[in-house]
Design a protein around this ligand. Structure first.
Ligand code: PMV
Length: 329
């Protein structure tokens, strides 16, 4: 019974907008780091007695339940893809648990589909090399899952079906960054990223953001490689705002920020102006990811926890990519 662990990841340059909904191809390349404490653990057991796949999900602080509806359909569609590749008719039992709130802008689907891809590929005897797994994870429909396969700092390339996959650009040890997630809302978001990826190109600012990314993506990669926090902070905040502007100006518009999100953003800006090097970014959710170097992590946690808008924080260092647990074949 292969069991895989995969991390959530936080993007410095976001994937926003889907060019090909069938193959989950992005309009732009993206850059992220894996998180070391926001994890999903998934086991996949082949069972010839089963007539349909059984999917059991234990979400954050909730008992394990049999998945139904859309969450189950997405898992089964991905299993069908892997079964077809392996030429296997066998149904499976999937057991999955995550350590952090789902559907709240902390990349639970990236961690979930990366772990499912690795565990199912191992169960079906498919090749387990990182490029192949990253491409397969992309096909799950949660494209950012491609970035949860390789280790550390990761780039997902904007290519065609065979070349659009993610690769590590630096190991976790390259730079001790932290992502302290300021949780201001644990409820699942109203509109999923899949739907907004399809609507993104209706925003009049969509092409403006893509044009900005031409210099911004290489500059952000260079900032990571040079461990230049000031440049990383500049580009990370700018792209987070650009992504959300696109989202708020699409047809129909969609809003992930709430007043608590804006309060945390304002606090981080004020701290930085007063000398604490930290910056913010938000995914498809209200929660704020505060990025800083490891030496400032405890101070950032302390200050975030003191804000009335923050329910709790989840501190992460840079993590490894998806891996099989050692006691599994
Ligand atoms: O991979 P998806 O469909 O869950 O979309 C991810 C979108 C963002 O988290 C907002 C950006 C990103 O690159 O992670």
């Amino acid at each position: 019974m292969p069991t895989a662990v995969a991390p959530a990841n936080i993007a410095f340059i976001k994937y926003w907008g889907m060019r090909d909904t069938h193959a989950t191809l992005p309009f732009n390349g993206s850059l992220s780091m894996n998180l070391d404490t926001c994890l999903t653990t998934t086991s996949v057991t082949l069972d010839e007695q089963l007539t349909t796949d059984e999917v059991i999900l234990a979400m954050y602080q909730q008992p394990a339940t049999v998945a139904t509806g859309r969450p189950r359909e997405r898992v089964v569609a991905h299993l069908d893809r892997l079964r077809a590749l392996a030429g296997s008719p066998c149904r499976v039992r999937v057991q999955s648990a995550n350590t952090f709130p789902a559907d709240a802008g902390i990349a639970s689907s990236a961690a979930g589909f990366a772990a499912l891809t690795l565990a199912a590929a191992a169960a079906f005897g498919l090749p387990l090399d990182t490029p192949a797994l990253s491409r397969l994870a992309r096909l799950s429909g949660s494209g950012s899952a491609a970035r949860s396969i390789p280790t550390g700092y990761v780039e997902w390339y904007n290519g065609d079906d065979s070349t659009s996959l993610a690769a590590s650009i630096a190991a976790p040890e390259h730079w001790d960054l932290a992502d302290v997630v300021a949780v201001v809302d644990t409820r699942p978001k109203q509109v999923g990223s899949a739907e907004n990826h399809r609507l993104a190109a209706t925003s009049p600012y969509f092409n403006t953001r893509l044009a900005e990314l031409e210099p911004r993506l290489p500059a952000t990669r260079a900032a990571i490689l040079a461990r230049d926090f000031e440049q990383l902070a500049l580009h990370t905040e700018a792209d987070a705002i650009a992504m959300h502007v696109v989202c708020m100006t699409q047809t129909p518009p969609s809003f992930y920020w709430n007043p608590a999100t804006l309060a945390v953003m304002a606090a981080v800006r004020a701290w930085r102006a007063a000398g604490l090097p930290a910056c913010y970014t938000m995914d498809a959710g209200a929660n704020v990811h505060v990025i800083c170097e490891g030496t400032y992590r405890a101070e950032v946690e302390r200050r975030l926890q003191a804000l009335p808008e923050v329910q709790f924080t989840i501190a992460n260092r840079v993590g490894a990519g998806a891996r099989l647990l050692p006691d599994t074949p």
